[in-house]
Design a protein around this ligand. Structure first.
Ligand code: 0A1
Ligand code: ZN
Length: 878
């Protein structure tokens, strides 16, 4: 139990800051045990704010104040007050220079917020509110200041000293220490502050911007990773060029620094000029990283780079506007990835991720709008809704405006708001002004939680050759919030003839048809009808192509329609989506009536896709991948954990047995003995081959087992090794143990690969998985203090293994809560994320519901929970 319920912060209470800070000069004497931070702040009253009580309240947590002066005059005890989370200065002048000196303890910082130690280096993480653990400050994004940073540290232990901006003079201090100065000319909020000190290997490259500026690009990694940097550097240069071409955005400092650290709560951080990355999103070599790792690195490197404009040059007025920078930046990185790789496969991966993570969030107890209006702990709002649904909203805006008007809108946004901290309304206003469209109603998307549903009906009139589509939108009622009114929704559709060709689309009130292909229909009211004329026969509709809006579509397709779309649709995304819908239907039928025969044509469509040499192998692999157990669970009123598993295994078995010859042929045809390449084709071929292997291993006879073992032993690249290891582990017994031992022996020195080793064991569907996971807690390589390691074992088991985590005994739930209680005092951010494994508790049968509820209550009644965990538990219990 939280002794006093922590306060809720509301968007409606936003007030401009009473004071502004123009210049910050920081001086760090760095040491892992005790670091001294001296801050000199040029502070003035904000003319745009109403006057308060004349006091100045600075944020500060876990700081030991040593010195305090205004305009060089040390303050008397009566002139200030130190509280656990603030420093209050009484009756300050309208304009003054404040000097504070505090002591902090990086090596004791296990929360990894503020200044902390990772291995032998020191680094920072300030978003959202970590800067207040470094020095007293107005820790809010609408206070933008110019920063200079002076770093002093032992030269041998910390030869590299980095901070934001451009490098200034450095100096040997003669006493074993050295000093480096950094100046950032761009005003920024303090959440973008960063420093790094360490003994690091540097990889350097150059980039010439479109206007001819030379930028030095530097990547810093722990020395043993010196040969795992190439892909990150290449990705950075591609992202820099893409942002110039696509958005007209150039880089603005002389240097761009990226540091890979092994202890990091999230993926990476866009600190101005000095990005700090979870090493997982930097380091790659073909023998250590999978294709998915490579793509993840490319996407995250781009994401952080794109933040330089969408987040840094223009930032958020307050944390409720988080999606202003995150939604837009995710949209930008998704489009970049689509341009660099296979557009269909990229889109499918993004939508699968949205459906698997955001849709459940949006229908559960933690649902919130893309722009939340209240929070207890802002760190809990770095969510799939703010990020991924936020990106879908920007995508819809881009679709509604079209590429030219959208670009005019973003140009206007960058020109008008450069150097400012703004709101989502400011962004929308620029898009509206540049396009001449009224986007007022679109703001409802930002305020309305829940996934809208589109009910689609159609009608064919043979005599007139008219086809009518009627689309009704329904916004699910979420708890306390009334629907905000109809949403503007772009619905991309195509109509197919019996041969699968796209038809010209001629709406009744238009003089001429648009050419065959896709067109975007717009919904603005609760129900809209579209009448297509001039058709020779009833068409088959291909709805919501490319997933043009984050909604659920209900349309009464027959099994045959879905088979047809899965094999014929010109829209690759919808081919996949039709396959998903059909597989979902069969699987859910299989749960309730286990012996239902497969509809005719299903296996045939699978066979055709498997052997369709003309289609992109990556897309074929996606089409042939069945929906996950968790996704199927989310489609059921009450999740039937074992029923879903059984039905899915049965279907996989049927496919594997019937198509064994084709699967073997596909496996062999897509072997690639050459050097590792990262082209979409090479990635797609590996995906297809490993999908074939997964089906084949389901029957696991001697022949397929030998194939799998050979692939594992050949060690061509980590993608193939992991694919093989996964099924060897699933095979169990000695086969599994030998493979796991060999893998660990080979890779025990590479932390990111060891994470994979833990993860694959936690993912196993074998019935002893929890026991194994529990014993792995005692493994020499396991530690709770590294978030990657913790996620790989505990996170994978609790969040990605529905079958075993939700074992009917409830042992998984007890295991989870034990870990959360252990972790919460050390790293509340990660603890709060783990608790979310229980968020869907109401969706399960009565027994499991009771067991989960019991564990949530156990948490709720624990004294001194962090705000982070308290908020998640309280909202989950409801
Ligand atoms: N802004 C970063 C994500 C991030 C957020 C919070 C963090 O610590 C609490 C760290 C990183 C991004 O979007 O990449
Ligand atoms: Zn981001």
């Amino acid at each position: 139990m939280y002794r006093n319920t922590p306060p809720t912060i509301h968007l409606k209470d936003y007030r401009p800051p009473e004071f502004l800070i123009d210049q910050v000069d920081l001086r760090f004497e760095l040491d892992p045990d005790t670091t001294q931070v001296e801050a000199t702040l040029a502070i003035r009253r904000n003319p745009a704010a109403t006057r308060g009580d004349g006091n100045l309240r600075l944020d500060g947590e876990q700081l030991e104040l040593e010195y305090l002066a205004i305009d060089d005059r040390p303050l008397a005890r009566s002139e200030y007050r130190v509280e656990p989370e603030a420093l209050i200065l009484r009756r300050v002048p309208d304009r003054f220079r404040l000097v504070t000196r505090v002591r902090i303890h990086p090596a004791r910082n296990t929360a990894l917020e503020g200044l902390y130690q990772s291995g032998s280096m020191l680094c920072t993480q300030c978003e959202a509110e970590g800067f207040r653990r470094i020095t007293y400050f107005l820790d809010r994004p609408d206070v933008m200041a110019r920063f200079s940073t002076t770093l002093i540290a032992d030269r041998d232990r910390f030869p590299i000293l980095l901070a934001n901006g451009n490098p200034g003079p450095s100096q040997d201090l003669g006493d074993g220490r050295h000093l480096a100065r950094w100046d950032d000319p761009f005003p920024k909020p303090c959440y973008l502050f960063a420093l790094v000190a360490g003994d690091l290997h540097q990889v350097e490259d150059r980039f010439t911007t479109a206007s001819g500026r030379e930028v030095s690009l530097r990547l810093f990694v722990e020395p043993e990773h010196h040969d795992q940097c190439e892909h990150a550097m290449r990705s950075l240069k591609k992202a820099m060029r893409w942002d110039e071409e696509r958005y007209g955005r150039e880089y603005d400092l002389d240097v761009y620094l990226i540091v890979a650290v092994s202890h990091f709560n999230m993926g990476a951080m866009e600190n101005k000029g000095l990005n700090i990355f979870n090493a997982k999103y930097v380091l790659a070599r073909p023998d250590t990283a999978t294709d998915q790792d490579y793509l993840g690195i490319q996407g995250v490197i781009a994401h952080e780079y794109f933040h330089n404009w969408t987040g840094n040059r223009i930032t958020c007025r307050d944390w409720f506007q988080l999606s202003l920078k995150e939604g837009f930046t995710v949209f930008r990185d998704q489009e970049f990835s689509a341009d660099m790789g296979s557009r269909d496969v990229t889109r499918i991966a993004d939508v699968r991720n949205l459906r698997n993570r955001q849709f459940p969030e949006d229908s559960g107890p933690l649902a919130h709008p893309v722009r939340p209006d209240a929070y207890i702990e802002i760190n809990n709002f770095y969510t799939a809704t703010v990020y991924e649904k936020g990106a879908e909203l920007v995508r819809m805006l881009a679709t509604l405006l079209g590429p030219d008007a959208f670009r005019r809108g973003t140009d206007l946004y960058f020109a008008r708001h450069d150097g400012q901290a703004v709101t989502i309304e400011d962004f929308i206003a620029c898009l509206a002004e540049a396009s001449g469209r009224d986007l007022g109603p679109f703001l409802r998307w930002y305020a309305q939680p829940g996934t809208p549903e589109l009910e689609v009906r159609d009608q064919w009139e043979d005599e007139t050759g008219t086809y009518r589509l009627t689309i009704r939108q329904r916004i699910p009622a979420t708890s306390d919030r009334p629907s905000s009114g109809p949403l503007p929704i772009p619905v991309a559709v195509g109509l197919l003839d019996a041969k699968g060709r796209d038809l010209p689309l001629h709406l009744a009130d238009e003089p001429a048809p648009t050419p065959a292909g896709t067109r975007v229909l717009e919904l603005h009211t609760d129900e809209t009808s579209f009448r297509f004329v001039g058709l020779a026969a009833r068409p088959i509709p291909s709805l919501l192509r490319g997933f043009s809006a984050p909604v659920k579509v209900r349309y009464d397709y027959s099994d045959q329609d879905l088979v047809f779309l899965m094999t014929h649709d010109s829209d690759g995304f919808n081919r996949w989506d039709a396959a998903q819908s059909l597989a979902q239907r069969l699987l859910l039928q299989g749960v309730s009536e286990p012996n239902t025969p497969l509809p005719s044509g299903f296996i045939d469509a699978f066979r055709r896709t498997l052997t369709d040499e003309d289609a992109d192998p990556g897309l074929r692999a996606e089409i042939l991948t069945l929906p996950s157990e968790a996704y199927l669970g989310d489609q059921m009123e009450t999740v039937d954990v074992e029923g879903i598993h059984r039905a899915r295994e049965t279907l996989i078995g049927q496919i594997a047995t019937t198509l064994r010859a084709e699967l073997l042929a596909t496996y062999r045809a897509n072997q690639d003995p050459g050097p590792y390449r990262l082209t979409p084709l090479a990635i797609g071929r590996r995906a297809l081959k490993n999908l074939a292997l997964a089906y084949l291993m389901h029957t696991s006879d001697d022949e397929t087992l030998a194939l799998c073992q050979a692939q594992f032993a050949a060690h061509q690249n980590m993608t193939d090794v992991m694919a093989a290891l996964r099924w060897l582990v699933e095979a169990g017994g000695e086969t599994a143990d030998q493979a796991l031992d060999a893998f660990y022996r080979r890779w025990s020195d590479d932390a990111l690969v060891v994470d994979k080793w833990f993860g694959i064991q936690a993912l196993s569907q074998r019935d002893d998985t929890l026991l194994r996971v529990e014993s792995l807690l005692d493994h020499e390589a396991f530690t709770m203090t590294n978030p990657n390691r913790l996620r790989s074992l505990v996170g994978t088991f609790c969040l990605m293994n529905q079958l075993r985590f939700h074992a009917a005994s409830g042992a998984g739930y007890v295991f989870l809560v034990d870990r959360v209680l252990e972790l919460d005092p050390k790293n509340p951010q990660i603890a709060a994320r783990l608790v979310q494994a229980l968020a869907q508790w109401r969706r399960f049968d009565e027994t499991r519901r009771g067991l989960m509820r019991g564990q949530l209550e156990r948490l709720f009644h624990t004294p001194d929970l962090s705000k982070d965990v308290y908020e998640v538990v309280a909202k989950t219990l409801g």
